[in-house]
Design a protein around this ligand. Structure first.
Ligand code: PLP
Length: 382
């Protein structure tokens, strides 16, 4: 028996919650009154293997019964195994484990400055980009509305229009430590850059000795049909940030850097008490096993195509794999989200005109049909 919980004792950083959940399975969440909701949000692109996947639950419970925390003063087997696993999908990069996406960005920015040294300390990022809410990540974020209330942000960041390689080339100079980009912008409303943009960014960085950081916190680990979204253009970053999907719902991220760059860090340069704890790492290993074992990269491609096709007649559809936005071109996104919620489907109003759909990669064809039908009904009404 559960009772409705008040959020009165919490800081008002979120709007009042329209519903509270008590359990979940696959692509379904169950509310306090037992109503089932089809989850097309997946905890904002986190629950990629579905809610409470039995293999993830088993890994967490087994590890929790064995060892929960040691700090990073000591090693654990799950942490070593996860670093090895992530090296395998990132062309041999070394991991720094963090507790969130924003913290992986902090690590990336600090590492880039330490590696480059001297006056080469500037960063070039993209307008509309989102990298998190801590001060370094917020400073990289190209959204003035999110920065302005907290000014001054960290100096040294220049923002250029996303997808415009000419503007990027013009902004990068001998004082630039690194370029930081999302391979597809998520919070900006699922903005896919023109083909060739990531390749151009790589070439600009190579020409100028600048590091290339890809923020794959949202795009990484299968969401777009690849382990890393940059693989779409076969581009390898110097530093890649992962989080969200990684822990199967537990908080863990990894800042991955090429060994020759990672070696710029010495003991004491950067640290975290909780990052890469054994329970989070065990959950991550199980999550990666499920993505691989259940063919979820392929599933993201096939299911994503069918979702995008289903939405096409309703408005502009953007995205790749199961990272999708439907833009109605009118400020109706919140009304669509409210209407869909009332019909038992969760969607995310990512801007005033667009809803974002990042469902679990295990979503079934029937569930996609239901989401498309519901979004269609609601968008015709608003
Ligand atoms: N980078 C990207 C691309 C994101 O989408 C997000 C979160 O939405 C972050 C960084 C920040 O991650 P976190 O909220 O875990 O700090």
């Amino acid at each position: 028996m559960t009772t409705a919980l008040s959020t009165n004792q919490m800081m008002p950083t979120y709007k009042p919650h329209p519903v509270s959940f008590v359990s979940g399975s696959g692509s379904t969440l169950f509310s306090e009154d037992g109503t089932a909701y089809l989850d097309m949000v997946a905890g904002i692109a986190v629950a990629s293997v579905g809610h409470c996947h039995p293999k993830v639950v088993q890994a967490i419970t087994q590890q929790a019964g064995r060892l929960i925390h040691t700090s990073n003063l000591y090693g654990t087997h799950p942490q070593r195994a996860l670093a090895e696993r992530l090296a395998g999908i990132s062309q041999g990069k070394l991991s720094f484990f963090a507790n969130s996406g924003a913290e992986t960005i902090e690590c990336a920015l600090k590492l880039a400055r330490k590696f480059q040294g001297g006056s080469r300390n500037g960063f070039v990022a993209a307008t509309g980009g989102f990298h998190g809410r801590t001060f370094g990540a917020l400073s990289a974020t190209g959204q003035l509305a999110k920065q302005a209330p907290f000014a001054p942000v960290v100096p040294g960041f220049t923002h250029v229009p996303y997808g415009d390689s000419g503007a990027l080339a013009a902004a990068v100079d001998e004082n630039t430590a690194a370029v930081i980009l999302e391979p597809i912008q998520g919070e900006a409303g699922v903005v896919v850059p023109p083909d060739g943009y990531l390749t151009e960014a790589r070439a600009i960085c190579d020409r100028t000795g600048t590091l290339l950081i890809f923020d794959e916190v949202q795009t990484g680990l299968g969401r777009t049909g690849y382990w890393l979204a940059a693989e779409h253009e076969s581009v390898d970053a110097d530093i890649t940030c992962l989080a969200k999907t990684l822990g199967g719902g537990l908080p863990i991220g990894s800042c991955l850097a090429r060994p020759g760059i990672a070696q710029a860090f010495e003991p004491g340069d950067h640290a975290t008490t909780f990052g890469g704890g054994p329970v989070q790492c065990a959950a991550a290993l199980a999550t990666l096993d499920v993505i691989e074992g259940e063919g979820l990269l392929e599933r993201a491609v096939v299911a994503g195509e069918s979702l995008r096709r289903g939405l096409e007649e309703l408005g502009e559809v953007r995205g790749r794999g199961l990272m999708v936005a439907l833009d109605l071109g009118r400020p109706v996104a919140q009304s669509i989200a409210d209407g869909a919620l009332a019909r038992g489907v969760l969607v995310n109003p990512v801007s005033s005109t667009a809803i974002r759909l990042t469902p679990p990669l295990v979503i079934t064809d029937e569930e996609i049909d239901r989401a498309v039908q519901t979004i269609g009904e609601v968008s015709r009404e608003v």
